[in-house]
Design a protein around this ligand. Sequence first.
Ligand SMILES: [Zn+2]
Length: 962
Amino acid sequence: MVYKNKKLVNFIFSGIIGLLLATSPSFAIENKLTKPVLIEKVQQSERDKRQYEVIELANKMRVLLVSDPKAVKSLASLALPVGSLQDPKDQQGLAHYTEHMVLMGSKKYPEPASFSQFLSRHAGSYNASTAAHRTAFYFEVENSAFNKALDYLADAISDPNLDPKFADKERNAVNAELTMARSNDGFRIGQVDSETINQNHPASQFSGGNLETLSDKENSKLQDALVNFHKDYYSANIMVGVMYSNQSINKLAKLAENNFGKIPNKNINIPIVDKPAITPNVLNKQISMVPAQPKKLLFLQFPIENNLAKFADKTDEYISYLISNSSHNTLSDQLQKQGLIEAISSSINPIRYGNSGIFSINVSLTDDGLAQKDKVIGAIFNYLQLIQKQGISDAYYEELKKVLALEFKYQDVERDMSYVEWLSDQMLLYPVQNILNSDFIATNFDKTAIASRLKSLTANNARIWVISPNQTTNKTAYFVDAPYKIDNITSEQKANWLALGKNFTFSLPELNPYIPDNFSIVKQNRAQAQPAGFSKRGNHLHFVSQYFKTEPKAAIVVSLRNNQAFSDAKAEVAFNLLDYIASRNLEQLRFQAGVAGISLSTNNDNGLMISASGFSQHLPKMVTAILNSYRNVTIDEQSLVLAKSWYLQELDKSEHAKSYWLAVNPVNELSDLPYFERDERRQITATMTINDVLTYRDNLLTHSVPYMLSLGNLSNEDSLDLYHSIQKTLVRDVEFTPVDNIQIKKSLEAKMAQYAKSTDNALMMSYIPTGYDRIASSMLSYTLSKIISPWFYDQLRTNEQLGYAVFAGPVTVGDSVGMSFIIQSNQYDPVYLFKRYQEFYPVILSKLKALSKEDIEQYKKAVLDELKMPPQTLDEEFSRYMADYRNSRFMFDSRHKKIEQLKKITKQDLVDFYNRSVMDKKGFVFASQVLGKREDNAKQPEAISEFTEFENVSALQNELLK
Ligand SMILES: [Zn+2]
């Protein structure tokens, strides 16, 4: 939901960090084990049956224990309230660099890769992240390996080797990570922000670090700074931990003592920042900036105090709720209808600068909106006035309160690494009782505080950002090379905004009609018909949830499939234009549904696919409403122009992606049958008329075949009624024939090259063998990836530092699956990367051959556990049906077949598969290369000379189809 997107952690550097060295016997510090102290109760949802307790260990570390007998895997996190705000001026990025180095081998486990290798053998992985105000480390692992994994983490935190031998490597890793982030606009905006706030505040520094900032200087040696940073700040008394597992609370408490209890307590104080970030001289500013992606954004940002302690008031959330609301005649509704904006939202971060934060109104503009941005700004200030005068009402607060309470009560949470990362953030920021519910309680409607905040949202108090290509700028932000300029907002501008704002007469939001009040559970007819298989005339499929029978929620997809819907490029363009125009019209419904716990979306599935999930009470009628909106949408000159501009920007976006994604895209596009080149679609877009879109729409909404899948709290009858009502709107005698997916049936060695807008190179090598079916190739590739990826990462990233993004994993083209290897590098070109891949392939083979039978069984078990893991939310359960649904495999048995296949896999099968695909190249070999941009005179990156060159994806697709 938009109004709640309180991003506490804005710019996080995180990534998979790999590790490794020799074993030397060592001793755990024998802590005197006194009984941990239990602190207050954690408030939890009445429907949540897990047990939560917060204890304080003898070393003063607070640990949240979550005992969940149904936990499908175990999770842990450890965080400390120390982040980039504590970076010394002469070693900027030190907190981030320390986060990396801490995981590069410890006293008991000196091999940097030992933790990641242990985890990958036990269906797990770990990660870490550094934000302005904190650093966090977290992992997930199968339940049986939890105790050992905790020992790895605790040892890394208390006794990291911080070995200078790896220092240079990790400096490079940090530098590569930050270089990669240059194409991330959030990061670019963050850097421009730090250059334009009070330069005495630590948030003005370069928070991520690079080879320049993290280096030896006359008065500061990096290695000393690293060791001191760990010594000074990594103290148990300021740390928090989270442990989530299937074990009892008592066992978890014991585990916490035995592991986190070993971390030394240095009795330090939580570091505080005392300088103001936003001083009067950095306000009343307009900041213009050129983004990396072709986007058009407007932000109105206002400083706020750190008001976390008043979280239960929801003062800023209340304002945000009204700003984002898009019911009839609101700010959002009018700006949408005038074609000025794509979307408007608001976000709050009270600790953006540690000791203070920002309230931000975020607008995504259309071309027209950019040209008339003063009108948009005027409208926003006008609307803020209206809220101030008439919008502070009990009714809205009650609505907000109700919506938040419902969301908390029926929360859908996937308990994974980001969940425990979030929990440890919560522990650092909120009282123990409110760790779980701080975002969801609204118990004190403070009208005075709301009025006073609204009063402060003025131009004089603002930093207004205009982010779009082709602007005049006069500065370049450090390292990210983002062009920008900063000007005072003039009194003429302010007068102009006031005048332009007066042209609008807004209404305050309507109360939300969709908030559910019926949570009864439908009696399911156990004798419901099971699918008899795919029918060319349509199917209705309803399933009872196997896991969430007591949830008043359901999920529905309806597809109107049509063999002509994507048969040529013109049809594809028409679909996208229609979908955009109809979706704009649905903005109000989508917003109100979202607030009421229902998510709605449309997509393509051989035609139009409508998805709805959430509280079941109003669900079927929303599907009907979406369909009606498609049927009745007005397509005029203005909406067509908007749609074309949006679509062209979407096409451009894919060409501005980071090098890694540029390399991945072609292989994904190969599965898209038939694929039409972006250039062709651009040309066609220009020629599209209103009539083209209308004709396409009318055909799609009458001559398609209906397919529908539903799951959860709906009766089969209600679900079927919806299906029949849709069926009635369609011409009867139409048939739909699914198109066969691509299968790799012959050997082909192909390459493609693309030129990036950023400086990084990338190479993705894919190897998909012939001779295996969909299920077998997928299970072999998946299991192989589990085994190989830590090796590949350890060698090419940790040891050789070829790049920051380094992965080996499965790759799919149509119905065939194989192995892929990919690196994005800011130093090496594809020729060198390819050479290193090729030299490493035989090493992988011999390591593979050297694995014992037990090793293989362990990896198979890890994959099997993942496949058998029950879903954590109804949406996840639903998504398990979706791949088969989209491919018209209506027996829905792919997962079952995969499990059976996996059980049969032997070591020899894995070796054979690797040999056939990678070593002997019997199948499709594809080199997808990305060549980074160079300055005029710099040496151009080299492309590899092997393989047959293909000009584009469609040419390659045609060859594969022959
Ligand atoms: Zn990092």
